[in-house]
Design a protein around this ligand. Structure first.
Ligand code: FAD
Ligand code: GLY
Length: 369
C-alpha cells in the first residue's frame, strides 16, 4: 500500500524541525526525512545568537520578521522543555556590539532609538565586562540579542514533534520530487511516499530541488569557521560582537568564537588561515582569550541566497510545494517565525502579507541572471 502524508518535510535542521513542530501541533500527518542526523549539519555549527539587532542593518520587512521571531523565543524555551524535556540553554546576558572608531560609534548610535538598545561609554563597558579591550570607544548594549544552543533547540523541536505523531526518518535522503497526479510523489532512499504538501527545508543543499522543480534561484554556501575555548579565569556574561566576529559565552564556561565568511566553499573542514583570522579578531575584542585552552574547531555552510534573504513560500506554479531555505546568517533566530509561516501556508491560513512578499520564491532580487 502506498504511504500517504498530509505533509512531507525534506531536511531535519532547525528549519525543518521547527516546521515539523508547528504542523504536529495542528495534528497534521507529517513525515520528515533527514539524510544524516537531526541537527547534524549547519544548525550544529551555529553560535545561536538571536541577533535581530546585531545582524540587521536596514529597518525593513526582514528586520520586522527577525524581531518577531526573536519575540517568539521568549516563550519557546519553556514550551519546548515541557513538550520534549530538552532545555534549549538560553543565555540571557545580551550583547555588546563594540565600537573601536568614531565611524563605528556613529553607525552603532543609529540603533539608540530601539527599545532594547542603549549606548554605554567605554568606562561603563569596562565596569560590566572588565576583560574587554581597552581600545574600545564604547558599545551598544543590546539586551534582547541573547543566545541559545542551536543543536538543543533543533533536537527539542524534533522530539516534541515526534511525541505528537510526526514520523522522523534519519539517514534517509530524498532524491526526487515528482509533481504528477493529485498528490506529490517523493522518492527517498527508503522508497516512494506521497503527500498533499512537500516542504523543502534542506539548508544549503536545497538548490538541487529548486533546479529539479524548474526554478533558477541563486543558492550557494558561505562557509563559516569557528572555534571554542575554555574560559575559567576571565568572567564574561555578554556576547562581544564586532565586524561580523563574535565571542559567545556559553553556560558551560566555553566561549564560542566565530566566524569567517567564505562564499562558494563547499568543504565543511576549517582551514588554519580561517581560524587564525577569527582568533585575531577575537583578540582585538578580548585580549585575554590568548591564554584560554582550545576546546575544538569546526566549520559550517551557511545557505546563501542572491539577496541574503531566505526563500519562504510556495512554488510559483504549484501551491503543494513549499520552500523554507536560504536562512544564511540567521536561521537559528528565524526558525520559530519560519515554522509559523510555513504551517499557516500549509493550512491555507492568512499570514502577514509583507513577509510573504519579502521572502517569496519568485521575487526578482532572488533569481539568477
Ligand atoms: P541545516 O541545518 O543545514 O539543515 C538542513 C538539513 O537538510 C541537513 O541536516 C541536511 O542533512 C538535510 N538534507 C540535505 N539534503 C537532503 C536530502 N536530499 N534529503 C534529506 N535531507 C537532506 N544563525 C543564527 O540565527 N544565529 C547564529 O549565531 C548563527 N551562527 C552561525 C555560525 C556559523 C559558523 C554558521 C555556519 C551559521 C550560523 N548561523 C547562525 C546560520 C544558521 O546556522 C543557519 O541559517 C541554519 O542552521 C540553517 O538551518 P537549516 O535547517 O536551513 O539548514
Ligand atoms: N550569525 C552569525 C554567523 O552566521 O556567523
Amino acid at each position: 500500500m502506498k504511504r500517504h502524508y498530509d505533509t512531507v518535510i525534506i531536511g531535519g535542521g532547525i528549519i525543518g524541525s521547527a516546521i515539523a513542530y508547528h504542523l504536529s501541533k495542528e495534528k497534521q500527518k507529517t513525515a520528515l526525512f533527514e539524510s544524516g542526523t537531526i541537527g547534524g549539519k549547519t544548525t550544529s555549527a551555529a553560535a545561536g545568537m538571536l541577533g535581530a539587532h546585531a545582524e540587521c542593518e536596514a529597518r525593513d520587512a526582514f528586520f520586522d520578521f527577525a524581531m518577531y521571531s526573536q519575540r517568539l523565543y521568549q516563550a519557546l524555551g519553556a514550551e519546548l522543555n515541557e513538550r520534549s524535556g530538552i532545555d534549549i540553554r538560553r543565555h540571557n546576558g545580551g550583547m555588546y556590539k563594540l565600537a573601536f572608531s568614531e565611524e563605528d560609534v556613529a553607525r552603532l548610535r543609529q540603533m539608540d532609538d530601539l527599545d532594547s538598545v542603549s549606548w554605554h561609554t567605554k568606562e561603563e563597558v569596562l565596569e560590566n565586562e572588565p576583560y574587554t579591550s581597552k581600545e574600545i570607544a564604547g558599545a551598544s548594549l543590546i539586551k534582547a540579542d541573547v543566545h541559545v544552543e542551536p543543536f538543543y533547540v533543533c533536537k527539542a523541536y524534533a522530539k516534541a514533534a515526534r511525541l505528537s505523531g510526526t514520523e522522523l526518518y534519519e539517514h534517509t535522503s530524498v532524491t526526487e520530487i515528482k509533481r504528477d497526479g493529485d498528490a506529490v510523489c517523493i522518492t527517498t532512499t527508503a522508497g516512494e511516499v506521497y503527500a498533499d504538501h512537500v516542504v523543502v527545508a534542506s539548508g544549503v543543499w536545497s538548490g538541487q530541488f529548486f533546479k529539479q522543480l524548474g526554478l533558477n534561484q541563486a543558492f550557494f554556501p558561505v562557509k563559516g569557521e569557528c572555534l571554542s575555548v575554555w574560559n575559567d579565569d576571565f568572567p564574561l556574561t555578554k556576547t562581544l560582537y564586532h565586524d561580523h566576529c563574535y565571542i559567545v559565552p556559553r553556560k558551560s564556561g566555553r566561549l564560542v568564537v566565530g566566524a569567517t565568511m567564505k562564499p562558494g566553499d563547499w568543504s565543511d573542514k576549517p582551514e588554519l588561515g580561517g581560524l587564525e583570522s577569527v582568533m585575531q579578531k577575537a583578540k582585538t575584542m578580548l585580549p585575554a582569550i590568548q591564554y584560554m585552552k582550545v576546546d575544538r574547531f569546526w566549520a559550517g555552510l551557511r545557505p546563501g541566497t542572491g539577496d541574503g534573504k531566505p526563500y519562504i513560500g510556495r512554488h510559483p506554479e504549484d501551491s503543494r510545494i513549499l520552500f523554507a531555505a536560504g536562512h544564511f546568517r540567521n536561521g537559528i533566530l528565524l526558525a520559530p517565525a519560519t515554522g509559523e509561516v510555513i504551517c499557516d501556508l500549509v493550512m491555507d491560513r492568512k499570514f502577514n502579507q509583507k513577509w510573504i512578499d519579502a521572502f517569496r520564491i519568485d521575487r526578482k532580487e532572488a533569481v539568477q541572471a
